[in-house]
Write a protein that binds this ligand. Structure first.
Ligand code: SD4
Length: 340
């Protein structure tokens, strides 16, 4: 991601976050940011999280519920046809069909809802919320999720957009000599959004079309509670984006939250989670994974492998796209150093 976009559209009030444009020197990574008593605080993945956060904030400003803010905010990304990895514009699987994954969590009562491998609907986040609020279950998948969405009258979407279909046909032609599911994922970006609400409670959601050209039926980390998203109302919330297989084998978001419970700042919890995973994984830091985190005090942070990634933070005081720190094999510390 371009560092030039570091301060995109910033309306930051002075002193809220430690770094300013003049401090963006060689390291170009924000020190662990501090926001105190600024709730609501929205943190989400990637630059497209900024308009999503702002839509969520508008919901709260209008008197909506925190879960409405999560659903509406993520819904903005899902409705964006130019976003090739979430909702309407989502990238298809190897069979040319878009299968969407999403989950939602509510800190109070530790509620969760999730849908996976859902076909034919635009807003899986809303359907995940309905699963949470109207069934005794946490997760519905595939045809069952589709039937549930149909029964509840959710907005239907195209099986695949015309643009994505053309790209998939080209990919399929190129892949004729390769086995399915091989290689690096195509076009993978996911929205994970976490929120410290004005009432002090934590919420989160996550939505994606997942790994582009994945095998039909493949489910990634995003709809898995504890992997792509985790909310613990006593501690904090975390979300993930990147190659789900490298997150879900380690319950990545759960681990970030547990490290915050042990007293780590959210940003350090993200970094330490990456170190822990890299220490165990044969691929080391070559994982393409990224985490965002937010604690009950409104402190937030993020970290990714490689060069890190851009994430978005929005409060009533400011709305910004920030660059996370990144970790590579050169950064293997005491934990990573134990790797055999
Ligand atoms: C997945 N984690 O399905 C998602 C994709 C993603 O950035 O986040 N890409 O593996």
């Amino acid at each position: 991601m371009s560092r030039r976009r570091f301060l995109r559209n910033s309306t930051l009030s002075a002193g809220t976050v430690a770094a300013t444009s003049s401090s963006l020197g060689a390291a170009q990574v924000l020190p662990a940011p501090q926001v105190n008593a600024l709730a609501p605080v929205f943190v989400s993945t990637w630059p497209f999280g900024k308009p999503a956060n702002e839509a969520g904030l508008a919901v709260l400003t209008a008197g909506g519920l925190p879960l409405d803010a999560i659903e509406r905010g993520i819904g903005v990304t899902e409705s964006d046809p130019t976003n090739g990895s979430v909702g309407l514009g989502g990238i298809p699987n190897a069979d040319g069909v878009v299968q969407l994954d999403a989950c939602i969590m509510s800190g109070p009562g530790h509620q969760a809802g999730s849908v996976a491998a859902l076909e034919g609907y635009v807003h899986p986040i809303a359907i995940a919320r309905r699963v949470m609020e109207t069934t005794g279950h946490v997760m519905l998948v595939g045809d069952g999720a589709r039937k549930f969405a149909q029964q509840h009258g959710f907005e239907r979407g195209p099986a695949v957009s015309a643009k994505q279909k053309a790209a998939w046909k080209k990919w399929r032609t190129e892949q004729q000599h390769k086995a399915r599911g091989e290689g690096k994922p195509k076009n993978h970006d996911t929205i994970a959004m976490i929120l410290l609400a004005p009432d002090g409670n934590l919420y989160g959601g996550c939505s994606t079309s997942g790994w582009g050209y994945k095998l039909a039926g493949r489910v990634g980390d995003s709809p898995i509670i504890g992997s792509g998203l985790y909310v613990d109302n006593q501690v904090g919330a975390a979300g993930a984006t990147g190659i789900g297989e490298n997150v879900m084998r380690y319950c990545g978001s759960f681990l970030v939250v547990e490290l915050m419970r042990q007293g780590l700042h959210p940003q350090e919890a993200c970094l330490e989670t990456l170190r822990r995973i890299a220490a165990m994984d044969p691929k080391g830091f070559d994982l393409s994974i990224n985490f965002i985190a937010l604690d009950r005090r409104g402190r937030f942070g993020a970290a990714g492998t490689g060069q890190g990634f851009e994430y978005s933070v929005t409060t009533r005081e400011f709305s910004r796209v920030l660059q996370s720190p990144g970790l590579t094999s050169a950064d293997i510390g005491p934990v990573g150093g134990n790797r055999k």
